[in-house]
Design a protein around this ligand. Structure first.
Ligand code: MV4
Length: 507
């Protein structure tokens, strides 16, 4: 029986850069034309060149272009676009904009405005998901007086974390280790939240140490079907900016994946979620997991999930918005192989990751087996201070984590970007880091245990063998890690030989 589908004949992409390009590609694969929008500095951007039509919408500052809600809707009207995809950032998690798009009779390729609102209020999100028995970090709900919060902090037990109700993504958090520091920290936290979000409400959680940041991708259609597509390990971050993501996580076995996946589905269902979304969790050393927040958008790191599941998430978003019913999915998800993403940013890793701007004078992209590059720039493009510093995303896939890592090292060594500072040296050093190779990471890793200088010197062959053996033994004890360890090496040949030997050992 034919399904009643919403027509989508042309999509307005309310975004720029690599994610705009990514959505254009998905639309083209579905045979749907696209309209790009651009600011003064994006006239020659890749998303403008790739789209079927492009409309200039204003000045370089986001408030003068990519955030102009009325202008964007007007452009949709004028060009005959009947759907809007927001990408990530800008208006992607703006419930008012989503509502306005829908009220205009356009298709919003994203979640229902109510779900955006609930998940955007971290307190409301906790209340919603806990009704579906989603585990929360022990904490206390918002709306309490300063004195009540101080009492609550004592009953939770120090250290606690003060979080802004309107925060998220690490903004507006303040750890407190001792009762005597609590009132001062609370006043500061409220003031910061008030000035950053116009909302001084805060709540408390027990502060977790040394946890991993693991998130689950979900897809929900308009017919009440919600599925999960497994996890992404996102612990490699610096100041709440993710630098490397991988799927699956070395820490998650089939049983944990199934339990956490079901939890993620329950969290999404608690707000009547539709379209693509991500459930962020903290997972402690004992594999206790807790809901942190839900991102109600397609995320930067979605490609690693695409590579291990074979699902085109951007395409699924459009199909879901059209009303397509998701087909039956297997109850147990088995990710195929391993994918790693390195965010290539115009930032100097030798100067505290200071942003670097300027023209890209040379750009040679890596290719070859298992390599994907999602980029919105090309040789001659300017990296300006107006937008984030991401130049591209380099994603590799392999049958095993080892193979994905070796391909990443190959790709990083092929990649040439000139004209500005970039963080490829950081990624090369990270892929030589024993802790990273062994999967021994948590959210403090880059800031507290990783040092650009420590890994600069290429280790000797003997050192590498020693480390490889140690990592192997460690991994062997942990069993699940066994096929995921690889020794860094100077030459790929010896690396492959080493890996082959390693993998034969574990067959
Ligand atoms: C936490 C936490 C420790 N304990 N909550 C940061 C982003 C936001 N989604 C929540 N975050 C955290 N919440 C408790 N109770 C540590 C973090 C955190 C973090 C989380 C995910 C990824 C990176 C992070 C880096 C520092 C702190």
């Amino acid at each position: 029986m034919a399904e009643q589908l919403t027509g989508i004949n042309k999509i307005l992409i309310a975004n720029r850069g690599e994610i705009a390009v990514r959505i254009i590609r998905a639309a083209r694969d579905l045979g749907i034309p696209t309209v790009a929008v651009y600011s003064d500095v994006d006239r020659a951007a890749l998303h403008v060149r790739y789209a079927d039509e492009a409309v200039h919408i204003g000045g370089p500052r986001p408030a003068d272009s990519y955030l102009k809600q009325d202008t964007l809707i007007e452009v949709a009207r004028r060009t005959g676009a009947d759907a809007v995809h927001p990408g990530y950032g800008f208006l992607a998690e703006n419930a008012d904009f989503a509502g306005q798009v829908i009220d205009e009779g356009l298709v919003w390729i994203g979640p229902p405005p109510d779900a955006i609102t609930t998940m955007g209020d971290k307190h409301a999100a906790r209340l919603a998901v806990t009704r579906n028995n989603v585990p929360l970090i022990p904490g206390i709900e918002a709306g309490l007086s300063n004195d009540d919060l101080a009492e609550a902090a004592k009953s939770i037990g120090f250290p606690v974390l003060i979080k802004a109700v309107a925060g998220g993504g690490g903004k507006g958090m303040r750890p407190v280790h001792r009762a005597e520091d609590f009132q001062t920290a609370l006043i500061t936290a409220r003031r910061e939240a008030e000035s950053a979000f116009g909302n001084g409400d805060v709540y408390l959680e027990k502060l977790l140490h040394g946890a991993r940041h693991i998130e689950f991708q979900i897809l929900a259609d308009t017919h009440g079907n919600t599925v999960h597509l497994g996890e992404r390990e996102c612990s490699i971050q610096r100041r709440h900016q993710k630098l490397v993501e991988e799927a699956p996580s070395v820490f998650v076995d089939t049983e944990l994946r199934q339990r956490m996946g079901e939890m993620a589905i329950a969290a999404a269902e608690s707000v009547g979620y539709v379209n693509a979304g991500t459930i962020e969790c903290l997972v402690d050393r004992d594999k206790n997991y807790y809901f942190l927040e839900m991102n109600t958008r397609l995320q930067v790191e979605h490609p690693v999930t695409e590579l291990v599941t074979g699902v085109d998430l951007a395409k699924e978003q459009i199909r879901i918005a059209r009303g397509r019913r998701m087909g039956p999915t297997e109850s147990i998800l088995h990710p195929k192989g391993w994918a790693i993403e390195c965010r290539i940013n115009a930032e100097d890793p030798y100067a505290n990751f200071m942003p670097s701007t300027g023209q890209i004078t040379t750009m040679i992209l890596p290719t070859g087996p298992g390599v994907r590059v999602d980029s919105g720039v090309y040789r001659g493009s300017e990296i300006t201070p107006y937008y984030d510093s991401m130049i591209s995303k380099l994603i590799t896939w392999g049958e095993t984590r080892s193979e994905a890592m070796l391909r990443m090292r190959r790709a990083l060594s092929e990649y040439r970007i000139m004209g500005l500072k970039h963080n490829i040296p950081f990624h090369i050093n990270l892929l030589n880091s024993i802790s990273f190779i062994a999967g021994q990471i948590d959210t403090n890793f880059v800031e507290q245990r990783f040092n650009m200088n420590t890994y600069e010197k290429t280790p000797t062959a003997t050192q590498l063998e020693t480390v490889a053996i140690a990592a192997t033994l460690y991994a062997h004890r942990k069993r699940r890690l066994a096929s995921q360890v690889v020794a860094p090496a100077k030459r790929d040949a010896s690396n492959w030989k080493w890996m082959g030997r390693f993998e034969r050992m574990h067959r």
